[in-house]
Design a protein around this ligand. Structure first.
Ligand SMILES: CC(C)(COP(=O)(O)OP(=O)(O)OC[C@H]1O[C@@H](n2cnc3c(N)ncnc32)[C@H](O)[C@@H]1OP(=O)(O)O)[C@@H](O)C(=O)NCCC(=O)NCCS
Length: 83
């Protein structure tokens, strides 16, 4: 997203719409999201839309070399609102 559009809630609004669409239109039971562990803005969006992290789900991205700073990833989940 363009830097000029940051800090106005657009990413959160879009992510919320994606969740609603995934659960209602596509009938998903769970949605996951992941990002490099230092990507605080993305993690903030995940938290803001109600996603939860279990550190046991964290992983090293398989496409990045061992010492790459972006290799460690966190994974957040959210289940269907009416399980
Ligand atoms: C990830 C990214 C899209 C997040 O953007 P963002 O602007 O932080 O997120 P939002 O659009 O949801 O905006 C949230 C901010 O707007 C504020 N805000 C204002 N009005 C708001 C509203 N109506 N609803 C929610 N938040 C609102 C929030 O308080 C928050 O401010 P803060 O950052 O000071 O806490 C952005 O950082 C980005 O494009 N990064 C580079 C690319 C990238 O990292 N991509 C993801 C790779 S995994």
């Amino acid at each position: 997203m363009a830097v000029s559009a940051w800090g106005q809630g657009f990413a959160t609004e879009t992510a919320t719409a994606c969740l609603e669409n995934g659960f209602s239109a596509f009938g998903l039971r769970e949605i996951v999201s992941f990002t490099p562990h230092q990507n605080k803005p993305s993690i903030a969006v995940m938290k803001r839309i109600g996603m939860i992290r279990d550190p046991a789900d964290d992983f090293n991205h398989p496409s990045l070399p061992a010492n790459h700073p972006l290799r460690p990833h966190v994974l957040y989940r959210i289940g269907h609102p009416t399980p």
